[in-house]
Ligand binder design. Structure first.
Ligand code: NAI
Ligand code: MG
Length: 366
């Protein structure tokens, strides 16, 4: 089978870290894994070329691909461009048109990096949790959403938290499916003590659990307590499923358990195609275009390479290959080969390309 991968390197360090992924793709290709790749522009570079943050041609390629690998967009050069064509508009368009409702944010602590965490080594060493955030609904999108001026001249601001049965059901299924291939536990976070949407969320999750996933362990946890537990003893979690707002916050907390922004991959998945069973999917590092280090060969490519690893696992069904890539990354980190953002004091930091080269070397050795 051939796997169609669209590369959208974007701006700043995006192209630099994408080049390292291409080395890994090339390695797997040599080993007989069928990858078909295309590359196109997104973000500021697309704006410069086409006057839009993503072209219709690139959108067509994204629709046709099995997975999109997105670098990063934006930078000071485009700070003044009109709102509708700002670099982020490219990413928002992709999310919307591909229907990417499930955001997967793993927090993995490589043993070699346990000391880079904000927490103590014993709290994070060996950590491997997955936060599943609903990405297209909830209070960020609900209507009405407005600031209203009242008759007496004072104002009132409204955001609306809104979820439908179908929206909660589909994100719940993604979380349980993931848990089945992991440690078989889902923690659902909401605020059912004070919010109707929380009560509703809990009801829908419980119903889907009972009807379809009763062999998976389910716990309900209040979102504020979940935040505390993430910092107190994160290893108690396997998969955490939560709404858009809480997921935004909880995934950022979880991110800092594991060290640098340069280490964090993510995936955004869409609905399952009833014919093929495949989901539209976009994989991207959590970090941005890092203009402060762009063009210097200093960027850590592991967030981007890890995002490709997630594509291997979740889009291409290549979990052995994904495991092998994870092991290669862990070995490189353990050997002390690191970029500046994760180098321990006194350690010599290496550049972006050397990390890619070393990972390929480890892949060969494994
Ligand atoms: P950023 O993530 O680009 O950088 C924050 C800090 O982390 C910087 O000091 C940077 O050098 C460092 N950093 C980030 N990735 C790194 C890596 N792979 N290796 C080593 N160090 C790394 O966030 P910032 O500075 O807030 O935004 C810069 C630009 O990126 C802005 O134009 C922003 O709009 C855009 N951005 C784009 C995102 C996307 O494409 N999804 C997400 C976040 C920001
Ligand atoms: Mg955030």
């Amino acid at each position: 089978a051939t796997h169609k991968l669209l590369l959208l390197p974007g701006d700043g360090i995006g192209p630099e870290v994408t080049r390292e992924v291409e080395k890994i793709v090339g390695w797997f290709r040599q080993r007989g894994v069928g990858f078909e790749t295309e590359t196109d522009l997104v973000g500021g570079s697309a704006y410069d070329a086409h006057g839009a943050a993503i072209s219709e041609k690139a959108m067509d390629l994204a629709q046709a691909a099995d997975a999109v690998l997105f670098g990063a967009v934006g930078g000071p050069k485009w700070d003044g461009v009109p709102y509708a064509v700002r670099p982020e508009a490219g990413l928002l368009r992709l999310r919307k048109d591909l229907g990417l409702f499930a955001n997967l944010r793993p927090a993995i602590c490589y043993p070699a990096l346990a000391d880079a965490s904000s927490l103590k080594r014993e709290v994070v060493e060996g950590l491997d949790i997955m936060i599943v955030r609903e990405l297209t609904g909830g209070v960020y999108f609900g209507e009405p959403k407005e600031i209203v001026t009242l008759e007496d001249g004072s104002q009132r601001a409204v955001d609306t938290q809104l979820y439908t049965t179908a929206e909660v059901e589909r994100i719940t299924r993604v979380a349980f499916d993931l848990a089945k291939a992991r440690r078989n536990k889902v923690s659902s976070a909401e605020k059912s003590n004070v919010m109707k949407t929380g009560v509703f969320w809990r009801q829908v999750v419980s119903r889907i659990h009972k009807a379809e996933f009763s062999d998976v362990q389910l716990e309900h946890v209040l979102a504020d307590n979940c935040a505390m537990q993430l910092v107190r003893w994160p290893k108690q979690f396997d998969v955490i499923v939560t709404d858009n707002l809480f997921g935004d916050i909880l995934s950022d907390i979880a991110a800092m358990l594991t060290g640098s922004l340069g280490m964090l991959p993510s995936a955004s998945l869409g609905a399952e195609d009833p014919k093929t069973g495949r989901r539209k999917a976009l994989y991207e590092p959590v970090h941005g275009s890092a203009p402060d280090i762009a063009g210097k060969g200093l960027a850590n490519p592991i967030a981007m390479i890890g995002s490709f690893g997630m594509a291997l696992r979740y889009s291409f069904g290549l979990s052995d290959e994904a495991d092998r890539l994870d092991q290669a990354i862990a070995n490189v980190l353990a050997s002390g080969t690191r970029t500046k953002d994760i180098a321990a004091p006194g350690m010599n930091a290496v550049g972006t390309q050397e990390i890619g080269d070393q990972i390929v070397k480890e892949l060969n050795a494994l």
